[in-house]
Ligand binder design. Sequence first.
Ligand code: ASP
Ligand code: MG
Length: 455
Amino acid sequence: MKVIKIGGGCLKNGPAAQKIIELIAQRGEGHIFVLSAFYGVTDILLTGIEKALKNENDIPLIMNRLRTFHNTIIKNLVEDGNKRKQLSKQLSTVFQRLERYFYGVSFTREATPRMKDMIATCGERISAVILSKTLAGMGKESCFLLPEEIGIISDGKFMDASAIMSQTSKNMKAALKSHMTPNMIVFIPGFYGVSQEGEITSFGRGGSDYSAAVVAASVQADVLEIWKDTEGFMTADPDNISHCRLIPELTYEEAAELSYTGAGILHPRTVEPVKMQGIDIAIKNTYNPDAPGSLIKKDAKTAEQIVKSVSYTTDISVLKIYASGIGARFGILSQITENLASAGINIKSVITSQTCISLLLSRNDIEKGHQSIKKIDPKPYRSTSTIIDVALVSIVGEGLQNNRGVAAKCFTAVSDANVNIEMISFGTSNAALYFLVHEDKLDTTIHALHDMFFN
Ligand code: ASP
Ligand code: MG
């Protein structure tokens, strides 16, 4: 049995959804599909919360937008007028509940993490109903099962939950027994699980990849397929380097590192649940479904030059904290990280020397993070500063650390291109080397590295 994840990028509009329905009808029998919301819907829901907080009168507009968007898709998928009406009726319960949530937010002037998760996950519940009912209308055996029904149990952390695998696996095996027949096509909304108390908790943005991995591991699927509108992992971002190539095989570690900086092919935590079971992850392009794509597996081949991809992110900035004898004083790092955690700020990485702690933060967080550190009294540091206009570049390939000369090659390429390296992190993972360059040197850096390792 396969578990197949369908991303929002494949569910952009009616014609795209129609194409997916055809593919599922041809290849989906006996398999489980974990779904994202239709493209852009989660964003509409989350901005809807902000709007509802400010102005009650915006709620009908938000609901109208969501209803119209989904109805247009249904029109493309279901020809028969009666069946279409039935489907719309089924969805009206979800929409009604959603509307009440928005008014709840508006009246209480409060969007608790609990409420945010209840609202944000509605997109997946809608897409599961639509796809499953469309296939059923075509005479296929199809059903949808909600995470709360089949027992995808989470640790209860709102907006950033993790699944409790032992319980989830036990629940799912029992729940699926009665549903899985050779012809059945099962849909499960991705993006969330429920706490022990039954509260809806999302797995964080982009979390339906992780959901699919949790499901695959729980039912011990033969393979986890991720259906996308791209070929798979590439040696670089095609937007920067048009002649980049597909990476046929990656290890779990390489995929995880690339998900962190790379082009958003996978949610960074997707490999966690399946890695333990040794389940392969296959990235499949829905526009070319028979192409091999990228395969993530335990014993993936090492590249001759070790490096498999050059990747980067510009969502990075540095908060520098200067103090003396950092390595000789205890408590300073924990004081700073605790301060940032209580301000709700995620630290992407830390690099320290004896005189400076450099914290890598998302650009959206840097100002808030800096202000928060400045408020610590008494100050455990001498001074602070921030750097915004940098990019984090990485080369990824398992064995980077134990293979002599790879790092040297990387830095030679960068230096020959006249680029100054602002900061380096090496040795923390055997599959990646990270460094910072000035943002205006990013393109030069990426080209120099790609030429060095792939040309
Ligand atoms: N729909 C959710 C999001 O946009 C989850 C996902 O698509 O993976 O974040
Ligand atoms: Mg996604």
